[in-house]
Design a protein around this ligand. Structure first.
Ligand SMILES: Cc1cc2nc3c(=O)[nH]c(=O)nc-3n(C[C@H](O)[C@H](O)[C@H](O)COP(=O)(O)OP(=O)(O)OC[C@H]3O[C@@H](n4cnc5c(N)ncnc54)[C@H](O)[C@@H]3O)c2cc1C
Length: 408
């Protein structure tokens, strides 16, 4: 195996983990990680949190220091992108013209932001929030008492709103749907986040469609179809992401909503794996194909892919989990809530900032959203994994401990 080469394309969470896991799984050949961002892999979640707030620098959020990769003999080729995969001769062509041979290829290409196509979307002062470079630009415009408009009331939009408020900006969030976080949470959670953001001074506007961005006297204004307009020095767009799958598709690999992989993270080509945001994977827990956008998935699936490459296949069947930090609140989410038929709220969701919402299907918990409630999150995970039948009244009763609920 010494003379074999594994090329990993994409130097993010999943690519970095894959390189490390390959060494742990005893891959002795070359490992080359190619990444178009020009930086060693870094933690992406702090971009809308501590990195935006200015309390952490890029050097503080690197996944691992350069010395670690050197010791592991993991090579990096940064600042260059994949242009094509040539499966017949097992090579990749990079956008600087280089051609590299591979024995095994890993695609950890992540996702890219969905771009606005309305008039004015390319004006200066408008940014997306995906890379450290994006945030470096945002920071040049994030000044106290200036106005920020965030288009999109998803997790990234709301986290950004929280940080910009802390930085003293006047913040408006514009959401097209009737409620924030509509795609991912129950109405009760949306109501909760709208209340907290309003308490913190954010102007949350829902059911509003942005139609253009207009520049007037050195200031941009976000114009909506209802005639309202919102002037702002800083406009941030957070309207979702798309999987980077086109190069794989062009190479003839099967794709769905992402690059299709089986439970071993293997694509339709046995010498090519894919993991992370770009992977449309078969999930044995949910018995269907899914694409997830979380650090947990990027990391755990990379471990599965590395094991497959080293002929030690173990099916990927980890319960998805995710977190979001806003103000003094840590939201921890376990499981996928789609398809629930009832909810149990444990704690004071109407007035407080510490509670958990359990999503039930019949008498079984399928997901939990826990705000400042680590025990509810930890034990909620067990309730889901162990498929435990619960008593709804007990679950809602703060007088009954989570441990008791688990054991009874
Ligand atoms: C602002 C922000 C906040 C987030 N907060 C959270 C959070 O709180 N909790 C959580 O669980 N998740 C969070 N996420 C999601 C999480 O960061 C992603 O799910 C995770 O980074 C996915 O890892 P990945 O390796 O699949 O993709 P990425 O980390 O995006 O890495 C993919 C890399 O591949 C590169 N690439 C793409 N195409 C090419 C090409 N052709 N050639 C070479 N390189 C290429 C990309 O530039 C990128 O560097 C957040 C994401 C963002 C943007």
């Amino acid at each position: 195996m010494l003379d074999k080469t594994c090329i990993i394309i994409g130097a993010g969470h999943s690519g970095a983990q894959l390189s490390v896991s390959l060494r742990q799984e005893c891959w002795e050949g070359r490992i080359i990680v190619v990444g178009d961002e020009g930086a060693l892999p870094y933690h992406r979640p702090p971009l809308s949190k501590a990195y935006l707030a200015g309390t952490k620098e890029l050097s503080n959020i690197l996944l691992r220091p350069a010395s670690f990769y050197e010791k592991q003999n993991i090579e990096f080729n940064l600042g260059v992108g994949l242009a094509a995969i040539n499966r017949a001769d097992k090579t990749v062509t990079l956008n600087n013209g280089d051609i590299l041979n591979y024995d095994k290829l890993a695609l950890t290409l992540g996702s890219r932001v969905r771009k606005l196509t309305i008039p004015g979307s390319d004006l200066a002062g408008i940014s997306y929030l995906k890379t450290a470079k994006d945030v470096d630009y945002i920071k040049t415009l994030a000044k106290p008492d200036k106005k920020a408009v965030i288009i999109g009331g998803g997790y990234i939009g709301l986290e950004t709103a929280a940080v910009l408020r802390k930085l003293g900006m006047d913040v408006t969030v514009l959401e097209m749907m009737p409620r924030v976080l509509e795609r991912v949470t129950a109405p009760q959670l949306s109501e909760f986040y709208t209340r907290v953001h309003t308490e913190e001074g954010v102007n949350v506007v829902t059911e509003v469609i942005v139609s253009s961005i207009e520049a007037k006297d050195n200031l941009n204004s976000v114009v909506c179809t209802n005639g309202n307009s919102y002037p702002a020095e800083l406009i941030i767009v957070g309207v979702g992401v798309l999987p980077n799958q086109e190069i794989a598709e062009k190479a003839g690999l099967a794709v769905g909503n992402g690059i299709e992989v089986n439970e071993f993270a293997c694509t339709s080509d046995p010498d090519i794996v894919a993991s992370g945001d770009c992977a449309w994977h078969y999930n044995p827990i949910y018995k269907k194909y899914l694409r997830l956008e979380s650090v947990q998935n990027a990391t755990d699936q990379a471990k599965t892919a590395a094991a497959y490459i080293c002929d030690k296949s173990v099916a990927y069947n980890t319960l998805p989990w995710f977190w979001s930090d806003q103000y003094d609140m840590k939201l921890q989410i376990a499981g996928l809530s789609q398809g629930y038929d009832s909810l149990v709220v444990r704690g004071d969701i109407k007035h407080g900032r510490r509670f958990a919402v359990f999503y039930l299907l019949g008498k079984k918990v399928i997901a939990v959203d826990a705000v400042n409630s680590p025990a509810e999150f930890m034990i909620g995970k067990k309730l889901i994994i162990e498929n435990i039948t619960i008593d709804e009244a007990k679950l809602a009763n703060l007088g009954v401990s989570m441990k008791e609920i688990l054991t009874s």
